[in-house]
Design a protein around this ligand. Structure first.
Ligand code: HEC
Length: 129
């Protein structure tokens, strides 16, 4: 005798998930709006910025960002500094010092994303070639 075909219960799962996703995203959006409104760049751009940070910023601030010609960009060094001021320094540079403006190479959101990463000590990883 043949056994009855499997019930359709398995098909209900994806439906449930689709209902959950928008609800969850709403929560996430609310949480980030309060905390950190900066949209993260797309992954490919994150990799480019990680490379820029290591190769270009690192040329002055040190490959491990502990400082060199430029001041250290470690979480400890930046933690207490106002974020807006640091973002402005990245975009406009600091006149009278070697710190150049990076406005031609990144958007305000990207500069803010980088500063958030540096201040939290989560330096974006450079992907292996
Ligand atoms: C040509 C050298 C040079 C390069 C390249 C450079 N910087 Fe700087 N940067 C400096 C110097 C020098 C200072 C310190 C200026 C001063 O004395 O106030 C500085 C200051 C800063 C500050 C302020 C730090 C603080 O404690 O107030 C930030 C943030 C910063 N740089 C980020 C970056 C980032 C991000 C990049 C790459 C996109 C970068 N810098 C590339 C030389 C450089």
């Amino acid at each position: 005798m043949m056994s009855a075909p499997a019930p359709l219960a398995g098909d209900l799962m994806p439906t449930t998930r689709w209902i959950c996703v928008p609800v969850f995203s709403l929560f996430a959006a609310t949480a980030t709006a309060v905390d950190s409104p900066t949209p993260a760049p797309v992954p490919a751009r994150q990799s480019e910025l990680a490379r820029l940070l290591r190769d270009d910023c690192g040329a002055c601030h040190g490959m491990t960002l502990q400082g060199g010609l430029g001041s250290p960009l470690t979480a400890a060094a930046l933690a207490d500094k106002p974020r807006d001021g640091l973002v402005a320094t990245v975009l406009q540079g600091r006149p009278g010092t070697a710190m150049p403006p990076w406005q031609p190479f990144m958007t305000q959101d990207e500069a803010r994303w980088l500063i958030e990463k540096l201040q939290s000590g989560h330096v974006p990883a450079v992907p292996k070639p």
